[in-house]
Design a protein around this ligand. Structure first.
Ligand code: SAH
Length: 339
């Protein structure tokens, strides 16, 4: 069956026309789905009984079930959602002073194979549909009764490896009749799928692009992130320059610091050279150790020295606050589950 949450407004209007209904019904349905966040067609009381029956016959509501909910001492909540096909994914709600941020998953599993990340491995199952991406936000808003103001595509999966669904989801998250979250409050993080970065630059979406850089030489980056063998640093940074030129948006580079691997001042120096002249920001992430992982977290002292070096040499750098590490909800700690 088709998922009613997979449609944008125009497509849903066409679906309804095809059923002999007036297109404005699509707007009513959008209101029930994205404002009222109802869980069944029966609750859509301004639709005729007949239409509700027709909808039930043809579409699912895609109601993710909460299998598990863990709350960290810092207020972060990690959800394990049953995605209704025997798989489960994780979604994280982070509470900041400036509002609530949600970290959504875009795939069940991941193909990228980054050596430091628990989401990866041989266990790629499938892409999430746009409706399944949006559903994570709906369920968390519904469960907490709190408004979400920021969305980051930093959960399980490589968002640009599920390009169409992620872009469609963003359009619905952003749409005034959808979840109505400003595009500037939406970030996509990518391990660096170069052709897709060029494509994204053409979409005319004002979202923020984050690049997982993590190393300054191809040798080291390839040893941490196999994707670098296909799209090496020079090609990646060229795509970033193009993205900045086309969108006028600042790029955010993520750099996870691992002890004795990529955290000395020589690395910082190389990073300054690589990023010179780009409108960007560097987000330093103290690496989170994963099960059987070969990387350890850098010392606080090294992390601060690294940040200070960048700031003193014209690159704006901040250290990402670690949230939810006590419930394995921090960067790189999310994984898919079998039911
Ligand atoms: N696939 C996307 C989104 C992944 S997660 C990407 O690669 O960008 C978001 C960020 O967390 C990425 O920068 C990722 O490299 C980083 N990350 C993954 N594992 C980590 C770990 N163990 N410690 C710290 N950051 C990690």
């Amino acid at each position: 069956m088709k998922n009613i949450k997979d449609y944008n407004l125009e497509d849903l209007k066409n679906e309804l026309k095809g059923m002999g209904e007036k297109p404005f019904r699509a707007e009513q349905i959008f209101k029930w789905l994205y404002d009222e966040k109802v869980e069944s067609f029966d609750e859509m009381t301004n639709l005729s009984l007949e239409l509700r029956e027709k909808l039930k016959e043809n579409y699912t509501m895609c109601n993710f079930q909460i299998l598990k909910k863990q709350e960290s001492k810092d207020g972060t909540i990690k959800y394990l959602f049953d995605v209704l096909d025997g798989n489960a994914i994780e979604t994280v709600l982070m509470r900041y002073h400036h509002g609530n941020s949600i970290c959504v998953s875009s795939q069940i599993g991941c193909k990228m194979g980054c050596k430091f990340c628990a989401s990866t491995g041989i266990n790629f199952i499938r892409n999430l549909s746009s409706g399944e991406i949006v559903e994570q936000i709906i369920k968390v808003e519904q469960d907490t009764g709190e408004r979400i103001s920021n969305v980051v595509f930093m959960g399980i999966g490589e968002p640009l490896d599920n390009y169409d669904n992620v872009v469609n989801a963003i359009r619905r998250i952003n749409h005034p009749k959808g979840l109505n979250i400003g595009a500037r409050h939406i970030s996509i993080s990518t391990s660096g799928l170069v052709p897709k970065i060029y494509q994204l630059a053409e979409e005319n979406i004002q979202c923020t692009l984050s690049i997982s850089l993590h190393a300054t030489s191809n040798e080291k980056r390839s040893s941490m992130m196999p994707v670098n063998q296909t799209y090496p640093i020079e090609e990646l940074l060229q795509a970033c320059r193009d993205y900045i030129a086309k969108t006028n948006r600042r790029i955010s580079f993520e750099y996870a610091l691992a002890k004795d691997n990529n955290d000395n001042l020589e690395d910082a120096k190389q990073l300054v050279k690589l990023l010179k002249g780009m409108i960007c920001h560097v987000n330093l992430i103290p690496i989170n150790k994963i099960e059987n992982g070969q990387f350890d977290k850098s010392s606080n002292e090294n992390i601060m020295k690294f940040r200070d070096y960048l700031n003193e040499h014209g690159i704006v750098a901040t250290i990402r606050r670690e949230l939810g590490s006590d419930i394995e909800a921090a960067c790189g700690q999310l994984r898919r589950k079998n039911l």
